[in-house]
Design a protein around this ligand. Structure first.
Ligand SMILES: [Ca+2]
Ligand SMILES: [Ca+2]
Length: 1032
């Protein structure tokens, strides 16, 4: 418990990750994984004990993984990246490794998960996760073994989520912990069903358990009921790692191998694995991964699975070589725009201490400056004087790359290593507007760049990306952006993203809080505003870029209090302290207002006017840093599921909004997708748990994008702002290591795990309203390589429904029907409205819906009691259908499975939905319970039934007076120990007894005795019945 409290104290520290696309470089060959990167957050103090703990845990993990994969995989090479300020130990210099690209983060706790290991996993079945998060406390404290099992096994569980995209088989948030199996019996959600145990409610205050009650409505166990596995399982049990990894015998994954029926997948459990992977076992999904399909077959000869570890530290500064295109096509406006954005990158974005060099290329390339460390303003000013002013000639991108690597061609004295550093990990940023047309080509120099370890990024200032350069970018671990000269704010955003320190230190990160493009003519004033929130404010800069003439724009910036800063320096009674603040750069056509201190939170307004005779196109951008280290800034990161998309395929845009590790919910999240023609399409992203969004309310917002028009490169920006309801979440749905709440020992006694208590329920924390805020992030771009699409074309089917749920309307009524609920897909994936649904079902063999949907029985319109299969609602709406199940069955219950798909008006068919199985009762499973309830209405509170076995509890129940009324005329039962009624009841005459359970004892007082006896007998009788029922 001490650990928990400590966690909360430490949690004021921030930890996050900038890019949510998986940037893992883990590979597997000869059964060994290499490239695994474990990064320690900069807030974690230096600790050799922590390094040792990481090594020990992952050495164990390697062994567990080798067993779990049946000798197919282990961890061969692992790199540990320590923070750059750790300086007591001996660390090798890091190459490309960055905190943001790590597979495993070692950072202070997520306020909701505390020290529970978990994986950020928002992709579909079989898709990799974003990172595994471990806390230093988890790694170094042995006490966690009691809660999550041996750490190596817990890591193997998380690796399942992270690497192979399998999901939990235990009930995670939003999934039912108990269900009726096809025999009509209650089962705990788990895998396999042969993992045996009992259902208990834990009373942590007394350290005791009691049997679970059943709900009146559906007969399933009460809310606080927990599955307690037996500590000793059958010797056949070996699975499952995604279910109860803490059980001693669990060493493998649930599978579909009929030769081992004991550990076969449980496809009846209502868990995330069954929903997301459509009833497939975790082991099937794992074997289908590229790690194992036709490669890395089992190798029993690996005797030592211990990984080798490298411990590395990043260099203290980042290095950038800007490789700028000055070919003829850049001449004029484009060159000027490039100069503007690069001037802001150098002037504002690159953190102090980092290094920048400049190279230009056209028909050939030349170095403009060596790497220069940005120590003060003079260094930035010096670099700005070196920016190219002319453009002519051909485009030789390979020359530029070679020049980034070599001062003189062929000597390979790297610019990146001029200051004595290893070129590995240095950033080469290529800014180009065209296809290369001069030797050497990119493909001729790619190997040199890769060998040197440089990370290549590209900004394509054109309608298409150079394929070879895009490939090199991806291969080198860089990112590429696409921008149009129609509006350069996305390019500005790209430079903003590139300037991120990638080291996990959110307090040194610069955030873009506003970005907009607008026109100003001579006779009008444009006004806009920015909501600066209290989590940012340091080093806030308002920047305005204009494009016409050397006639500057006039800008008035209004503080939330009403005072102003202005480019007009004439006397004004309402100037803020510090006026004049503006820095006007006529060379680059940029006005900026670097605010002193911490910007006042609130709404800042700006007014822009121009004296030019022609329209001025103006870009406004506002950047800021965290206010102080006591308050985590709200952070947005975004990603795409791919960077290449063809005809008929959709791309998924993700954005994660968080404050520290806590998700921000109900935010207004928009993706702005810039087409090759410069037109921007707006797409709202949702966190509702409908495809493509895996989980509702986890702060990851997702949406399909299908609005392609022409082949070419598309840029993506994401803007996020609050809605009236935005708040920091109270809970997180996610892929956590299941908790050992306790076990049943071999002698039948219950062993409660006291440390499990903190993980009971949903771990709600108090919601915090965000207030007004705004953020802009610029994402990597993507290429559409399909055919041109016109308005009339319809290449896109509706999306596959991923959240179908089936429930019997009323388990007590055999004619109540099946309620189906799901989120409506659209005409094109999740856009628009589909044309109709095709709903099918099977009896018993529910996997038939997965294997051969088309051969399953169709649900006719006449079977639909409520809803209309031919009138889908608009995408994102909640759909509910009530299906008739009238018929004559001789059994008490049957198993039904449902699945459906949507069809658009062009006849495009979606893939079938997840399969929703249901046990449908013709004979109510809660009949006995109902009778019991009726009989016990005098008690008024069925939840005390279990307590009746420990009779003393009854008197503590709030509803006791209703019992008391039956027994007595007043408050005899308000005292605290019913099991020794003598003590309690002496205050009134009639119940003076020696033995409460013996009915004659009550008759000693005559009068009320018979009524009392009857009632008590009734209660005891029913309690016996219920116990009997629970035991069967
Ligand atoms: Ca989500
Ligand atoms: Ca369509």
């Amino acid at each position: 418990m001490i650990l928990v409290n400590l966690s909360f104290i430490l949690c004021v520290l921030a930890c996050f990750k900038d890019v949510i696309v998986s940037s893992s470089i883990v590979t597997i060959s000869n059964n060994g994984y290499s490239g695994l990167l474990i990064a320690i957050n900069p807030e974690v103090p230096e600790s050799s004990q922590l390094i040792d703990a990481i090594k020990e845990v992952w050495t164990d993990a390697s062994k567990a993984l080798y067993t779990a994969t049946k000798q197919r995989a282990y961890f061969d090479q692992i790199t540990i990246l320590v923070p750059k300020f750790w300086n007591e130990g001996t660390y090798q210099p890091a190459g490309k490794e960055t905190y943001d690209a790590a597979d495993v983060l070692v950072a202070y706790p997520n306020p909701v998960y505390q020290d529970q290991p978990y994986t950020l996993q928002y992709g579909g079945c079989g898709e990799p996760g974003t990172y595994i998060h471990l806390t230093p406390s988890y790694l170094v404290n042995d006490s966690f073994v009691d809660i999550f099992g041996p750490k190596g096994k817990a890591m193997a569980h998380e690796w399942g989520h992270y690497r192979w995209g399998v999901f939990d088989e235990t009930p995670t948030y939003g999934y039912d912990p108990f269900y009726y199996n096809s025999m009509g019996q209650i089962e705990a959600t788990r895998c396999p069903v042969n993992l045996k145990g009992e259902f208990k409610v834990i009373d942590y205050s007394t350290g005791t358990t009691h049997d679970c009650q059943r709900n009146v409505q559906d007969g399933l166990p009460e809310d606080n009921c927990v599955f307690f596995p037996y500590e000793e399982q059958s010797s056949y049990l070996t699975s499952s790692f995604m279910s109860n990894q803490y059980i001693k015998q669990v060493e493998l994954f649930c599978h579909n191998d009929k030769n081992d029926p004991y550990n076969i997948h449980n496809n009846e459990a209502p868990n995330e694995q069954n929903r997301m992977c459509n009833l497939r076992s975790t082991w099937e999904v794992i074997l289908d991964s590229s790690d194992f399909s036709n490669v890395n077959s089992p190798n029993v000869e690996i005797l030592d699975t211990s990984p080798t570890f490298r411990v590395v530290k990043p260099s203290s500064s980042k290095r950038y070589v800007l490789v700028l295109d000055t070919s003829g096509s850049m001449d004029g406006k484009k060159l000027e725009q490039m100069r503007q954005v690069v001037s802001i990158f150098i002037g504002q974005f690159v953190p102090t201490g980092d290094q920048v060099a400049l190279v230009e290329f056209a028909s050939s390339a030349s170095k403009l400056t060596s790497l220069r460390t940005l120590t003060d303003q003079s260094d930035r000013d010096f670099l700005l004087t070196k920016l190219p002013k002319d453009a002519s000639g051909n485009t030789c991108i390979g020359c530029g790359l070679q020049s980034a690597l070599a001062v003189k061609p062929n000597t390979l004295i790297f610019i990146l290593e001029e200051n004595g550093e290893d070129p590995a990990g240095g950033n080469i940023v290529v800014f180009t507007d065209g296809e290369e047309n001069e030797n050497p080509y990119v493909k001729d120099v790619s190997h040199e760049v890769l060998r040197a370890g440089g990370v290549v990024h590209a900004i394509f200032f054109s309608t298409s990306a150079s394929n070879d350069l895009a490939t090199l970018v991806v291969d080198s671990g860089g990112i590429w952006f696409y921008g149009s000269d129609v509006s350069i704010n996305s390019i500005l955003g790209a430079f903003q993203t590139l300037a991120s320190p990638n080291d996990g230190d959110v307090y040194s990160e610069t955030f873009q809080v506003h970005s907009s493009t607008f026109d100003v003519d001579k006779y009008s004033t444009y006004n806009g505003y920015v909501d600066v929130d209290s989590t940012v404010g340091n080093n806030t800069v308002f920047t305005f870029i204009w494009d016409q003439y050397n006639i500057q724009i006039e800008v008035v910036l209004e503080h939330p209090s009403g005072c102003v800063y202005s480019t007009n320096h004439l006397a004004n009674a309402n100037y803020c302290t510090g006026q004049p603040l503006d820095k006007v750069d006529l060379t680059f056509k940029v006005v900026s207002f670097p605010l002193p201190g911490t910007a006042e939170p609130g709404r800042w307004r700006y007014y822009v006017s121009s004296a030019a005779d022609r329209l001025q196109k103006v870009i406004a951008s506002v950047t800021s840093q965290a206010a102080d280290r006591s308050k985590q800034p709200i952070v947005v990161s975004s990603g795409l599921d791919k960077t290449d998309v063809g005809t008929g395929d959709a791309i998924v845009v993700y954005a994660q909004v968080s404050q520290g590790f806590a998700p921000v919910l109900d935010a207004n999240v928009l993706a702005l997708v810039q087409q090759p023609d410069g037109i921007v399409k707006e797409l709202e992203l949702y966190d509702a748990g409908a495809a493509p969004d895996v989980r509702a309310d986890d702060g990851v917002y997702s949406r399909f994008f299908t609005s392609y028009s022409t082949p070419g490169s598309y840029g993506v920006q994401v803007t996020v702002s609050q809605t009236a309801k935005s708040y920091k979440a109270t809970r997180v749905a996610g892929s956590r290591a299941p908790v050992n709440f306790g076990t049943i020992k071999a002698d039948g006694s219950v062993s409660i795990n006291p440390d499990g208590m903190q993980y009971v329920g949903t771990n709600d924390v108090t919601p915090v309203e965000t207030g007004n805020f705004s953020r802009v992030v610029t994402n990597e771009g993507f290429q559409y390589t399909g055919i041109a699409v016109s308005e009339a074309d319809d290449f896109f089917p509706p999306s596959a429904i991923s959240d179908l749920k089936a429930e019997q309307m009323d388990v007590n009524d055999p004619n109540s029907g099946v309620a189906l609920s799901f989120t409506a897909p659209g005409n094109d994936y999740d856009q628009g409205t589909a044309f109709r649904f095709e709903l099918r079902y099977v009896i018993d063999n529910v996997t038939q819906l997965v294997d051969e949907f088309e051969n399953c029985t169709i649900v006719e319109d006449t079977d639909v009691i409520e809803g209309n299969l031919t009138q889908p609602k608009v995408a994102g709406s909640k759909e509910v259908f009530l299906i008739s199940t009238n018929g004559s069955f001789t059994t008490n219950q049957i198993t039904l499975g449902f699945a459906l798909l949507a069809i658009d008006e062009s006849g495009n068919r979606a893939d079938p939905s997840n399969v929703a199985p249901i046990t449908y009762f013709y004979s109510s499973p809660v009949v006995i319970q109902t009778t019991t309830v009726d009989d016990l209405t005098t008690v008024g509170d069925l939840t005390t039934v279990g307590d009746l076995t420990t009779v003393g509890d009854l008197t503590t129940d709030a509803n006791t007076p209703s019992i008391a009324n039956d027994f007595t005329t007043d408050s005899n039962f308000t005292t605290d120990n019913y099991s020794t009624p003598k003590d309690d009841i002496t205050t009134e005459g009639y119940f003076i007894t020696e033995d409460y359970t013996t009915t004659d004892s009550y008759s000693t007082e005559g009068g009320n005795a018979s009524r009392v006896t009857a009632t008590i007998n009734s209660i005891l009788f029913m309690a016996t019945l219920i116990l009997y029922f629970l035991m069967t």
